[in-house]
Design a binder for this molecule. Sequence first.
Ligand SMILES: Cc1ncc(COP(=O)(O)O)c(C=O)c1O
Length: 388
Amino acid sequence: MIFDEEINQTIRYIKPSGIRKFFDIAATRKGVVSLGVGEPDFITPWHIREEAIHAIEKGRTFYTGNKGLPDLRKGICDYYKRRFDVDYDPDKNCIITVGGSEAIDIILRTVLKPGDEVILPTPAYVAYAAIIEMAGGKVVEVELKEEDEFKLTPHALRNAISENTKAVILNFPGNPTGGIMTGSDYRKIVPILKAHNIFAITDEIYAELTYEGKHCSIASFDEIKDRVIVINGFSKAYSMTGYRVGYILAHQDIIDMALKIHQYTIMCATTPSQYAAIEAVNNGDRDIEEMFLSFKQRRNYIVKELNRIGLKTHMPQGAFYVFPSIQITGLKCEEFCEKLLDEENLALVPGNAFGDAGEGYVRISYAYSLDEIKLAIEKLEHFLGKYR
Ligand SMILES: Cc1ncc(COP(=O)(O)O)c(C=O)c1O
């Protein structure tokens, strides 16, 4: 690159996403079966699509207010009360963003001062570390262990805290492990967060995919609620990835500051998508339930099959990913995925794309049809016949 020295050096040294890198290779090959992408395979329910179409038909195609449509903010606050028993005020505590992705970006840019540390439990969704660094923060990784069911333990949290700790990222149910935190798990870490005045940035994008029991939002702990920042969106729960609608729920002071970034860089989330999201949040509970049941069936099937063919796989309690150990093959995860793609035309994501703690694992998304999952299992079984 001829501009190496001239461009922003932080951006220069940020690694491109390990998922993208892998799928760029896969895209050059024919007939690849992929269980790599974290995107529901359902078409967005018709009544939601219809609202987007109506919005366009009726000419509702202008900017909305920066915070987003009032009815959408109200629908989201009602939803958080209805499903997770958390109170937020639509006018004071909510911004509609371009997916959860924008929400993560503007929140980190809002709270971080140069050199602030952010505790990142890993393996973690690929965007967090990059965005923390782009916002001038420092990533402090904490390993989530399979033997702890990929939960954040009080011990691990305490060990990672320093005088520079500003925030911790919580993503439960989590990508890529499917780990969850229950109310009693949170009860053990809340006093630590409170004692150290740490912001809890909780990405609850997979909240609706909690298979045993009900999702617990850490925002329901009143003693730290002022320092909890909720990130969520419509992509996963309603199969609306391309609509690009997400949101932030937080204390008014945080919202007012984050809004400055949002208004100068984005203006507002796409207007017809916001209308579709109003329909989803107000009338989509049944769709969530249907997709949930289908994901649960796929989860049970894939975990049973992976264990049967010899890949030790923890039963994930949420999201739509499994994270099997590939230890029996003796291969490093990138080598495993490269050979699998080469020899079986099957694309999975190496665990280390989600941080060093992911070495020894691969991520498999089961947001694919049962037929595709069955085919992938056959390919994996054939592959393991050669490498174990
Ligand atoms: C944990 C997590 N957070 C946020 C996102 C971003 O989702 P979106 O920007 O589509 O809302 C994803 C997408 O895969 C994710 O896995």
